[in-house]
Structure formats: C-alpha cells, structure tokens
Ligand binder design. Structure first.
Ligand SMILES: NC(=O)CC(=O)C(=O)O
Length: 286
C-alpha cells in the first residue's frame, strides 16, 4: 500500500467468450497478474462472465447473496471475486455480471474489499436501449431490469463511485457520486464500434473535468466476429481531463498511478463546487 493519497489502479481488458468457466479463469489470471504488478485497486470489464447479448443475460445470471452465503458452486463469479480480493489483499471492482434476483435480471457490479467481504454492489441504473439506424440497435430492457441506487464505497485513499457503461452518459449520476464524496469514478463498460470512437473518451474526460476527479473505464477486449463488438480502449483520465493510461482493443491490463491530491488541487485552484449557483439550480436525490 502506498501513501495516504497514492495508489495503483489496474484495468483488466479481458477477452470474453461463451464458456463461463473459461471467462472466470481468464479473469482470475489477469487479476493475479495485476496484483503481482503492484495494483491496489483492480477492475474487470462490464459483462465479463457472459457474452454481451440480451439472450445470454438470463442464461448466465447468478444470484449475488451477502458475503457469508457466497459459495463456489452456486455463485462461481462472485466467489472468485471475493476470494481473490482476500488472497491478494486488493480492492476489486468486479466489472459486471448478470445478476438474478426475485425473477429479475440486473447488470451488476460486485465490489470486494481486501478482507474478502462484498463491500457493495451496483446495479446498472440506466439500461442501454438505443437505436442508431443502420449502425446499432440494442435493448437491454428486453431481459434486464434497472437498478435504482447511487454507489460509492470507501478505500484508504478516497471514496470511489461505481457506474456501469451507459450510466456514464448521465452527468447527474456522476455528480451525485461526487456529492457523496467520491474522488474517483470507475465505470466497467462496453461501448461499441459506433459509439466508442465518438463518445468513449469524450464522456470520461467530461465526467472527470466537470466533477474534478479521476475516471476509469474498463472494457472487454474486442470479441470474435458475429457477437457484440466492444470498443476496448480501457482508460484512466485525470481530474485535469488528461488520458493518463489507455490501450487499443486487444487483451491488456492498463495501469495508472493515482494521486488523489491532484483532485484536491484541481478543486482548490478552480473552485467550481463553491461557485455553483445553488440559488438558481440544485441537484438532489429523490
Ligand atoms: N453498452 C452500454 O451500456 C453503453 C454504450 O455502448 C453506449 O452508451 O454507447
């Protein structure tokens, strides 16, 4: 562990196939490599145990019970995330997996602490329902239900907020995470070949600058022909809006040294939070 404001983050850009057990083993190997290379906080991509397809979500879904109830047979993905976080002593932002609960399926990120407890989970709040004619049509709501919570968790260095993919397009959610104290936002995500080149980096830089914090987004690697084609380009953006680490579309682990003092300095130097005109507008949680 580094100083009070400094730590290393690793984003695992994983190839994802149709065999869940293989996906779990591949994720495990990448997390182990990231920890060996000194990462304190490791992230997996959106939908790392299942193909990103509405028909696959119900098929690959697992329940995500509380820490004490998690077992390898019924909850293999969450079991791997919790047990590895513990054996490696890291914070693990477990990308997302399809979660089954009470007859519904959610797109859910499990966050594990270094003691192996499930610190929190984030259910994708904004479902990816879009239609760009001739380019991409996707309707998560065909098989998924939306979450309804803002998710922020504590680490020794700062509070970290979690959103999933399409959540990054809604500035209010990031602002609420910032208002809850976050200085780092992590978005497992899987943009595509239409929206990726246009918006992936732009949205990360926008959320970083307008909230004066670090942003990281972790994508799957580009998949085989025929399935959903992820944009890749997992990256970390500083509070100043600079891309401090990134990659192309193949399998990779992206590392960045984070210093939360950079967010503090940005907030002191350009004090937009203090200057916000709360007398004419305000953001509130309903
Ligand atoms: N896959 C998503 O949730 C979002 C996405 O690809 C986009 O917003 O573009």
């Amino acid at each position: 562990m580094k100083s009070a404001t400094k730590f290393k983050v690793a984003l695992c850009q994983l190839a994802v196939g149709d065999k869940k057990a293989v996906n779990i083993q591949r994720a495990k190997a990448a997390i182990e490599e990231a920890a060996r290379n000194g990462a304190n906080v490791v992230s997996l991509p959106e939908c790392w145990n299942s193909p990103y397809a509405t028909t696959s979500f119900p098929q690959y879904a697992e329940e995500i019970p509380s820490t004490a109830q998690v077992n390898e047979k019924d909850h293999p993905s969450t079991y791997m995330v919790l047990s590895l976080a513990k054996s490696l002593g890291i914070y693990l932002v477990g990308g997302s997996i399809p979660e089954r609960d009470n007859g519904k399926v959610y797109n859910t990120c499990v966050v594990a602490g270094p003691d192996g407890t499930l610190l929190t989970k984030h259910r994708k709040v904004h479902l990816f329902d879009i239609d760009v004619p001739g380019k991409i049509t996707f309707k998560e709501s065909d098989t998924l239900s939306a979450g309804n919570q803002v998710t922020v968790f504590d680490t020794p260095w700062c509070k970290i907020g979690v959103g999933i993919c399409y959540d990054i397009r809604f500035p209010e959610l990031s602002m609420l995470m910032k208002n809850a104290g976050a200085k780092f936002l992590m978005f497992p995500g899987a943009f595509n070949l239409t929206t990726g080149p246009a918006h992936w980096e732009l949205l990360q830089r926008a959320r970083a600058v307008d909230n004066q914090l670090y942003v990281a987004a972790t994508s799957p690697a580009r998949g085989p022909e025929g399935g959903y084609q992820a944009w890749g380009h997992s990256s970390v953006v500083s509070p100043w809006g600079e891309v401090v680490a990134t990659t192309e579309h193949g399998e990779a682990i992206v590392y960045a040294d984070i210093d939360i003092e950079n967010a503090n300095e940005m907030r002191r130097n350009i004090p937009t939070t203090l200057q916000a005109r709360k007398d004419i507008y305000k953001l509130e949680l309903v």
